[in-house]
Design a protein around this ligand. Structure first.
Ligand SMILES: Cc1ncc(COP(=O)(O)O)c(C=O)c1O
Length: 438
């Protein structure tokens, strides 16, 4: 909630800027822990993208380890001192794989995600070229979606749905020299990430489907985990997300759950039937004109979330109440007209407070968050973007074969592998042929 105290604390700042309500953030951390039924929560970093926020929550009881979204990110977090990082998505960034293999300390604390033998080939090739003796930790991603009447309900992630498929990959990993199976992950996005509150027939049907999926997963996930444990020693079994902590933890197959969004509590997490976290992250935009009575126009405002394009991807006005974008213009690239009675209390130069639809994407628009607690600014937390971290391109800006391909073996020990400089992961030098290609 945007209280008068929060508004006063940042009233002198030049908008646009980001604000984090630290009291709400801490309350959300406590609430997530209560919902996780005693299982440790691995912090989903993609839903924060603010190292200081990740570190703050990791310092609390009930939170352990990070679920990262890219290997380059995991290496950068490791360089900051964060340990026990699982990369939640497959990594084919050969430069980052070579960097991991060449850094034994990082390789001991970072786990790669796999769901296909070709990913393992790629990992082994990149590792072999960079450090022949390296053994990299891998986790198998298991499909957590529901298959019902020929429908696929859930995200398209891993192709491994049945025990036999998973065991085949377990056997494949066991036969390889350069990878070691340490964990399983099975994320049920259709429960954890789909808001289900409301009494429309559609939402009632959704809740029934989610309950069905919980029951199906309890059986299938437990059976798969037991079958894999008979073949391999596992350090962790991960599942769940902000929207599913209770059911994921109660199932009995997991050793940990994952969550991130619930800490910032963006607008897309308002509409769950079984929990409500406190909004903690905002961005502001300044009123730049008043086009008509009951209208204001703010600069910017068009920070839209990813996903299937629809109204629920738009930012929402958090303060003043009774103010919203117009149906005809939506939120704009350089300006956003807003209409409603809330406009009456605004003058040119005043701040409008928005919430992003999703948690971590907000940080991609901001260099830092002003952190407010007890009605004053107590800190400034840089975002990945503020630190110059860009993992959407990141190390992939390098040519695909800059490290790891067999023909590059002779370069394996020259200075083309990435290095950690300060807290950034940067390639130390372009190979000469890469410069020519540009
Ligand atoms: C593998 C995995 N686990 C868990 C989550 C849950 O994260 P959050 O709590 O931010 O919804 C995600 C988010 O997409 C994910 O990809």
């Amino acid at each position: 909630m945007v209280t008068a105290g929060l508004r006063r604390a940042v009233a002198h700042l030049n908008a646009p800027f980001g604000v984090l309500d630290r009291d709400a953030f801490d309350a959300n951390a406590a609430a997530l822990r209560d919902r996780a039924g005693g299982l440790p929560i691995r912090v989903a970093s993609k839903s924060l993208r603010v190292p200081a926020a990740i570190e703050r929550v990791l310092a609390r009881d009930g939170f352990a380890g990070v679920l990262a979204f890219s290997l380059a990110e995991a290496l950068a977090l490791h360089a900051r001192g964060i340990r026990d990082i699982v990369v939640a998505y497959p990594s084919v960034d050969r430069t980052a794989l070579a960097a991991l293999a060449a850094a034994p300390e990082a390789a001991a604390h970072i786990t790669l995600m796999v769901d296909h033998p070709d990913q393992l080939d790629l990992i082994e090739q990149a590792a072999a070229a960079a450090a022949p003796e390296a053994v990299l930790r891998v986790c198998i991603d298991i499909d957590g979606s529901l298959r019902l009447a020929g429908l696929h309900i859930g995200a398209r992630r891993s192709p491994l749905h049945e025990i036999g498929q998973v065991l085949a990959l377990v056997g494949d990993i066991g036969a390889r020299q350069r990878v070691r199976l340490v964990g399983l992950m099975c994320y049920e996005g259709q429960i954890a990430g789909v808001p289900n509150a409301g009494w429309q027939p559609r939402q009632a049907m959704l809740r029934r489907l989610q309950s069905h999926s919980v029951r199906e997963l309890a059986e299938r996930r437990n059976a798969i985990v037991a079958a894999v444990r008979a073949e391999a020693e596992l350090t962790f079994v991960n599942g769940g997300g902000t929207g599913s902590l209770e059911t994921s933890a109660a199932e009995g197959s997991l050793t940990e759950v994952a969550a991130g969004s619930g800490l910032f509590a963006p607008a897309s997490f308002d509409r769950f039937a079984h929990f409500r976290h406190t909004p903690a992250a905002y961005f502001t935009a300044p009123v730049v004109r008043i086009p008509a009575p009951d209208w204001v126009t703010v600069s910017g405002g068009g920070w839209i979330a990813s996903g299937a394009a629809a109204a629920d991807r738009l930012p929402t006005v958090a303060w003043p109440t009774d103010l919203a974008p117009s149906g005809s213009e939506g939120v704009g690239e350089v300006q956003t007209p807003l209409t409603g009675r809330g406009a009456r209390q605004l003058r040119i130069g005043d701040h409008v407070f928005f919430r992003h639809a999703k948690a971590g994407e907000l940080a991609e628009h901001l260099s830092r968050f002003h952190v407010v607690a007890g009605g004053t600014i107590v800190d400034t937390w840089e975002t990945y973007r503020g630190l110059g971290w860009n993992f959407e391109t990141g190390m992939n800006e390098q040519p695909r074969d800059a490290a790891g391909s067999p023909e590059q073996k002779e370069h394996a020990h020259d200075n083309h592998s990435p290095q950690l400089v300060g807290q950034r992961l940067v390639p130390s030098a372009d190979p000469p042929h890469a410069q020519q290609r540009r």
